[in-house]
Design a protein around this ligand. Sequence first.
Ligand code: SAM
Length: 283
Amino acid sequence: MAQIDDLPPLREVIAEHGLDARKSLGQNFLLDLNLTARIARNAGPLSGYSVLEVGPGPGGLTRALLAEGADKVVAIEKDQRCLPALAQISAHYAERLIVHEGDALKFNPQELVNGPLKIVANLPYNVGTQLLLGWLTVPDWPPYWTSLTLMFQKEVAQRIVAQPGDKAYGRLGVLANWRCHTEILFDLNPKAFTPPPKVTSAVVHLTPRETPLPCPLKALERVTAAAFGQRRKMLRASLKALSKDAEALIVEAGLQPTARAEEIDVAGFVELAKVFERANAGA
Ligand code: SAM
């Protein structure tokens, strides 16, 4: 096991603070500091950046982020039991770790951090997608964060990077790839976690596109929700719920009314969103 600092091994930390994992909090801890160091390194250079970490738990990834040179780690943890263990890390790293207790869904990271920010986390599976959607749909672009390096269940990771024709292609893939470059960095076997989850996990890396195709976000969300809500239907049927002139609007967007959602690329959905937005504005 790697020695990345002089703090006690994570198993000792967990025993000392009674941090038995709770399923309701999505707690699958990474105790191998080789692995947490690998995730931290994959977030790219950390010196000169603050890092937002959601769900530090006993602090394995947190320690790696600090050891890899993050100027500051700002962590949000819902489980009060973890706070004493995190306070020890903060003391060891000269207060470069700042911990906020609470639900990450209720925090605005922009109020917690100034300056360049990377987001790195082994996300709790029950709120992971919701958090990602929040980071992807901020009004200003490029966003306040420089990159996202996130652990998800592999099935979610595949949806994030999915391209037209892939089984996992859907709303999340369109939104993520419209605004970001996305890639799966590596998979993690369930055995890497304590306790092991039922499924394989994967680390995903997202970096903002400098100039995503201009597109009204709300319209893109509505169009993709309707199209993938009935993914086996042709667009002329699945988009009927949005407009009685759906077929004409699909043609105006340069698409085939007989095409299915899974065949339409990001540029196609962007055109659809713009046409639907214009039609609604004129309605
Ligand atoms: N980062 C640690 C690691 O890699 O070992 C723990 C990861 S564990 C998958 C998820 C962590 O998120 C847990 O510590 C859990 O208590 C915390 N958590 C769960 N729901 C949360 C929420 N809504 N807001 C903030 N933290 C949350």
